[in-house]
Design a binder for this molecule. Structure first.
Ligand SMILES: [Zn+2]
Length: 389
């Protein structure tokens, strides 16, 4: 799930193999509530007031364990993603759990499946280890009581903490495995449907449809719980439902857009007779014969063989002193990094979406197999291709 509610201010806690672990303010609310609620719980378990030292320390240790469990879950996703060539810059923790922010979507159903299941697998291992520790220290039946948060006569603080963490990890596991795309279980469903049909967009539509249904169920159950007195949990679940529902709807809309672009190449929609300035043109001629005449704010520059060199921008060359304009040539005054603003005419139109240079100049230069300028694709042309036809 990506940041629909404030992806804004995060605090970096530490880095693991280059991945930034960051939290936002809403995560502290969860930690505060966990500590507040657990101090009380451990207090009544140990027959001490919740404000005394031992229940409080147990509550803080439990909150730290909860934090560690969620980070390990996300690192599970992240390591598998990185191993499959998907970049992960940040793992962000917020009020609705953790998000490993991937720089692109998986390219095959196998990768999608492995990335999606890695987190729940880590959580399952954590729960199994905690349960094994608990059973080894107090025996099966006493630990079974503890994991159901039942207060037993010979309750001991550490066992209760291990039991609480095991229970929380089981809850996280079960919740994440619900087929509510874009949650883990929904991604697993998408990977399986993708594998069976061979079509990513059809699989996404199917998984997202299920996600929307689950979103509505979460909202309904959340409202029900709220009116039964569990106000925080109820509102929290309803908001998750809202988030799941809108992310699923956005995914459906994205596949509709990508579907319209499917198979169309940049060369099919570009303007194939772009006006370009030869690199040896002097600045004053470029201003007179191109900028004044066409009134554009930039032009592509080509060498004598037609190879794309970069862009020349009006605001920039107008700053050149009048006396230098007769000798200086445009090839020596190209815009910084503008040489990279090109794309192959064979590239799929999909790849133009989200290209940062497209946003910078409102267009991309299109080059042929040997680097010659073959055309220009503008935001308007892309927009026309995106319209339903
Ligand atoms: Zn996950």
């Amino acid at each position: 799930m990506n940041g629909m509610f404030g992806g804004g201010n995060t605090i970096t806690l530490f880095r693991v193999r280059g991945i930034r672990i960051a939290v936002d303010w809403s995560w502290f609310l969860i930690l505060f509530l966990v500590i507040f609620w657990l101090s009380d719980f451990y207090g009544s378990l140990l027959d001490q007031p919740g404000s005394s030292t031992e229940p409080y320390l147990l509550a803080v240790a439990s909150a730290a364990g909860f934090f560690g469990s969620i980070v390990l879950h996300e690192l599970g996703h992240a390591f598998v993603a990185v191993r499959n060539g998907i970049g992960i810059d940040t793992i962000r923790l917020w009020i609705f759990g953790g998000v490993a922010q991937m720089d692109r979507e998986s390219g095959s159903p196998g990768v999608e499946f492995r990335v999606a299941i890695a987190g729940p697998l880590v959580t399952a291992v954590i729960a199994a280890v905690l349960i094994a520790i608990g059973i080894a220290s107090v025996g099966g039946s006493a630990f079974s009581d503890a994991i159901q948060l039942r207060v037993s006569a010979d309750a001991n603080g550490l066992t209760a903490m291990v039991a609480w963490l095991a229970a929380v990890n089981l809850l996280v596991l079960g919740f994440n495995l619900l087929p509510a795309f874009p949650m883990d279980g929904g991604r697993i469903v998408r990977a399986v449907a993708w594998k069976i049909t061979g079509k990513r967009s059809a699989a996404t539509r199917f998984a997202a449809g299920l996600g929307r249904v689950f979103g509505f169920i979460f909202i309904g159950v959340g409202i029900l719980i709220t009116f039964n007195g569990y106000v925080f949990s109820g509102i929290w679940l309803a908001l998750i439902g809202f988030l799941v529902n809108s992310s699923a709807r956005a995914a459906t809309m994205q596949t509709a857009v990508a579907g319209r672009l499917e198979g169309i190449r940049v060369g099919d929609v570009m303007d194939d007779s772009p006006v370009a300035i030869p690199g040896d043109t002097t600045i004053d001629r470029a201003l007179d014969e191109y900028f004044v005449r066409y009134r554009w704010s930039w032009f592509p520059v080509v060498d004598d063989r037609g190879a794309f060199l970069g862009l020349v921008v009006r605001d920039r060359i107008e700053q050149i002193a009048e006396i230098d304009r007769q000798r200086a040539v445009v090839a020596d005054h190209l815009e910084d990094r503008s040489r990279a603003c090109h794309i192959s005419e064979e590239a799929l139109l999909e790849s133009v979406l989200g290209n940062p240079d497209m946003r910078r100049f409102g267009a991309l230069m299109v080059t042929d197999g040997v680097g010659r300028l073959a055309g220009v694709i503008t935001v308007e042309q892309l927009g026309r291709a995106l319209k339903p036809h």
